[in-house]
Design a protein around this ligand. Sequence first.
Ligand SMILES: [Zn+2]
Length: 317
Amino acid sequence: MAARPPGEASGKSAARVLAGGLAALALLLLCPASWGGTFVTFPESWDVGQAFAVSLTSSAEYEDPCVTWLGRRVSLDVEPGGEGRISYGLLGSYVRDVKPGDHPLVFEFVQRGQHIRVTGTVRLLPRKYPEEHLKVSPKMVFPAKVDQARIKREAALAAAAKRTMTVERLWASPLQKPVRSIVTSSYGFRRVYNGTPRSPHAGTDFRAAVGTPVAAPLAGTVILTGDHYYAGKSVYVDSGNGVLSLFFHLSEIGVKKGDRVVKGQIVGRSGATGRITGPHLHYGLCLAGQYVDPYPLFEDSVTGMLKRMEREEIVTE
Ligand SMILES: [Zn+2]
């Protein structure tokens, strides 16, 4: 990547290093000059609705790393690793709100007193999530009497929780499943009532009898609990860098705002509270305000994901 400090460097790199497998090994052996330096890793393309990892790594000290994606600035942590120091991010797009196509991804950090900004592009690819078309009585589509003031109040609380941005990375992959059970409704699924589509499912539903203990898939801090009209008894956990876990329809909430939880800790018991027809656990993963499909992250690791992506060197003067 050409040096254009303190301004913009482009997403395409002349000195591109393929990370992962034999390609990386061969390049490292042939090009010892590529040891050290500063690199960013992000996908060139990714499916809409799916989470992806990004990283910034450097042999030299840097401060205040952040990445801007879909209008949100995500603060990153600085940890030992990679070239010397590394910052990890987990990003994605909510299939309801984001259109496939090219979207800018901007890394920023301060190094040797210089503000460095690098812009890349991620092409979001279309992905078809399952749909179910139903013909129903019109009064089922629009509930007759709804407490609008309560819904508005709770939506504001959820929106504020979704804006939470803390620097310390408490999340680590893979995620632990919140319950050991089958998925009854996957992310992205949408019902179409009389031709009118509902919002796509913003999380994963697990089959769970009332009272099943619910484990935190990630460590974090409880930022919101409540009994909400749609979501029922709910818990929101912040794991840092904009990574939030949401647990809905609980019968019991086992934590309170401000509590620190470790991965696997019980945050409550599943139930059937809120506007649902039967007991289940809804687990939502929100990344910098975007609801993504949590499921692949129960198996995939962030380091594994990053190894399958290309990384680009940032050259500064
Ligand atoms: Zn759900």
